[in-house]
Design a protein around this ligand. Structure first.
Ligand SMILES: [Zn+2]
Length: 93
């Protein structure tokens, strides 16, 4: 029956963590805290790919008009090509 005790222990820890988070939110935001939270999104060609094993997977689709090499920007409900302005709406949403 030691397993059950461990489960309870982890639950208590989670509750404690949640309470800590709440306390953090209550604290007045200082400039330092804001600066820490601000994280610039890294940009570059590498951000368009992920590596799966030995293969590269493209995260964004290519423009249908411009062809391979022209990535389309993800705008939530649609993809847009910055080169020619072509917009493709996402079907499954
Ligand atoms: Zn295009």
């Amino acid at each position: 029956m030691t397993e059950k005790k461990e489960e309870l222990g982890s639950e208590e820890a989670e509750v404690a963590e949640a309470q800590e988070e709440l306390e953090e939110e209550k604290k007045p935001k200082t400039k330092e805290a804001k600066a820490e939270k601000k994280k610039k999104k890294e940009r570059g060609a590498f951000s368009y790919y992920t590596i799966e094993g030995d293969h590269l997977t493209r995260l964004q689709p290519f423009c249908e008009r411009c062809g391979p090499g022209y990535f389309m920007a993800n705008h939530g409900n649609r993809y847009t090509c910055g080169h020619c302005g072509f917009t493709r709406y996402k079907q499954d949403q």
